[in-house]
Design a protein around this ligand. Structure first.
Ligand code: 8IG
Length: 269
């Protein structure tokens, strides 16, 4: 099936959406949530899913490769809202190309989702940010230069991260601030000089996900909300070294707060 994904990405997303309908018995879903590393624990605060299965049960999905990146799909019905939740995602640094990276959100939109919520764990470039702090993504810098779009698809990205959704989240938690997210391919973290460059360019956050999915979802007409959890100070900010364990621990510590925030936002979306 993965060949079909590369040959016909949207067709494969339609097939995956059909299989999702078969597996859940729900003719459509309304909202999708992509739970990045550090956010998987937050999903447990959403309530009890009606269905849960490995992402690989749907056409076009790859098995996960990183510890703590689930590769599991859940379906919830929460206050009349059908929510599709991806525990884990595929990243550019896995080297499988851009198609698998955006296949989840394309499947979600083909399944009917009008809103796509993208979460991630990231490094804090902005010196005012603390580890464990959630930040709403206001805008991004695509530093990879990789787009999920092919051909003359000249999509406007002026309101990529929906103002309506950003305001909705802030009305639920007025302590939340907004920032600019820089997308870095990885898998190596940045050098201190690269972080200095990004700060100079206007970035507040840096991570290895979210940007391609946001573009792909928006290009198909979905409204996008992005929330980052700062799980480490970016390279050179504190002088400490960066570790994946630190990231997972910060995610675990914030899971309750993040899960409750998402629950409240979901039913109002
Ligand atoms: I979590 O400091 C996490 N993901 N590029 N830099 C980049 N990605 C990250 C970082 C970071 N922390």
């Amino acid at each position: 099936m993965s060949e079909a994904l590369y040959l016909d990405p949207l067709g494969t997303a339609v097939l995956a959406a059909k299989k999702l309908e078969e597996l859940t018995g729900k003719p459509s879903h309304d909202v999708a949530l992509v739970m990045g590393s550090g956010w998987i624990g937050a999903a447990d605060y959403l309530g009890t899913p009606t269905h849960e299965f490995p992402a690989t049960d749907l056409p076009g999905f790859l098995a996960p490769t990183v510890a703590g990146h689930g590769g599991v799909i859940r379906s919830y019905t929460l206050g009349g809202v059908n929510a599709l939740v991806f525990l884990g995602r595929t990243h550019l640094y896995e080297g499988k190309g851009i198609e698998p990276v955006v296949h989840g959100v394309r499947t979600a939109v083909k399944a009917g989702c009008r809103v796509v919520v993208l979460t991630n764990a990231c490094g804090g470039i902005n010196r005012e940010y603390k580890v464990g702090q959630p930040v709403i993504i206001r805008d991004h810098l695509s530093l990879t230069g990789v787009s999920p779009l092919i051909g003359a698809d000249f999509v406007d990205l002026t309101d990529l991260y929906s103002k309506r959704l950003r305001e909705l989240v802030k009305s639920e938690d007025n302590s939340l601030v907004e920032g600019v997210y820089a997308h870095w391919r990885g898998p190596a973290y940045e050098t201190p000089a690269e972080i200095h460059m990004m700060r100079t360019l206007g970035a507040d956050l840096v991570g290895m996900s979210t940007v391609p999915e946001a573009i792909a979802a928006h290009a198909l007409g979905a409204e996008v909300l992005g929330i980052s959890l700062v799980t480490n100070a970016a390279a050179g900010v504190t002088g400490e070294k960066l570790s994946h364990e630190e990231v997972m621990a910060a995610g675990k510590a914030a899971a309750g707060r993040m899960g409750e925030l998402l629950s409240r936002v979901l039913v109002k979306i």
